[in-house]
Design a protein around this ligand. Structure first.
Ligand code: URA
Length: 242
């Protein structure tokens, strides 16, 4: 077996990939009872290497119907993202919630309303020079935190989105998304206020809008983060390196 192979390719060589397969739907209601949702179709999971080569027209339906992790069983649909596919700004959240799962678009619930207000605060509007996506494309049941295997299965989609969009700046929303992308357990209070990089793209961390709804006192800090993001992008466009 060649040493340069990725984990997925190595497991495939051993006949161990995909790691997880959907079971054929059970005839009775027991599956829905177990999973909280209807059975997804049985399907061969799309390999990460294939995701890296998808164009938008292939990526969107692949995400909507994705079966790369067990969340496919309980979610209504995969939620790819929304906005300008040539945007300078990319906002990345954690995972769809109940509203997003139903409507197929990120940040359409209460947190999304606050996100829209945050965008407006720095002169942005959903869909105009902004793309909004999540780390997980499928809703975790009960909005629990993403599991590492779900993140590993889903991240190739976000990576492909970043490669296709080629944003100038990423704003990552919330502790879990920030810690996942930066592969750290540093608290969000220490991650914010700095310009990081993700896949070579400058990235600013701020609080998740759902957290800000619960802790409005931190809105001022989030505003500072957005101003940092705006300054960083302005500096980039003027030719300065952040
Ligand atoms: N929270 C997120 O992180 N993403 C959404 O799309 C909705 C709520």
């Amino acid at each position: 077996m060649s040493a340069g192979l990725g984990r997925e390719a190595r497991l495939r060589e051993l006949g161990l990939w995909p790691l997880w397969r959907l079971r054929p739907p059970k005839a009775d209601a027991s599956l829905a009872a177990e999973t909280g949702g209807p059975a997804a179709e049985v399907g061969e999971a799309l390999p990460a290497d294939d995701i890296a080569g998808l164009d938008w027209e292939e990526l969107i339906p692949a995400v909507r119907a994705c079966t790369r992790c067990p969340l496919a069983v309980s979610r209504t649909q995969g939620v790819p993202g929304v906005g300008d596919r040539a945007a300078e700004w990319l906002f990345i959240g954690e995972a769809p919630g109940a509203d997003e799962d139903r409507q197929g678009e990120p940040f359409v619930g209460q947190a999304g309303k606050l996100l829209d207000a945050m965008l407006a605060g720095i002169g942005l509007q959903r869909g105009r020079n902004v793309y909004i996506a999540n780390i997980l494309k499928s809703r975790p049941p009960g909005n629990r935190d993403p599991k590492p295997d779900e993140v590993a299965a889903c991240l190739p989609y976000l990576e492909r989105q970043i490669d296709l969009i080629q944003p100038r700046l990423i704003v990552v929303l919330g502790r879990i998304a920030a810690q996942t992308l930066l592969v750290t357990d540093t608290p969000i209070g220490k991650l914010r206020g700095h310009v990081h990089k993700y896949r070579g793209v400058p990235m600013v961390v701020t609080y998740h809008p759902a957290y800000l709804l619960r802790s409005p006192a931190d809105k001022a800090k989030s505003w500072e983060d957005l101003l940092l993001a705006r300054r960083t992008l302005a500096a980039l466009k003027s030719g300065a390196t952040p």
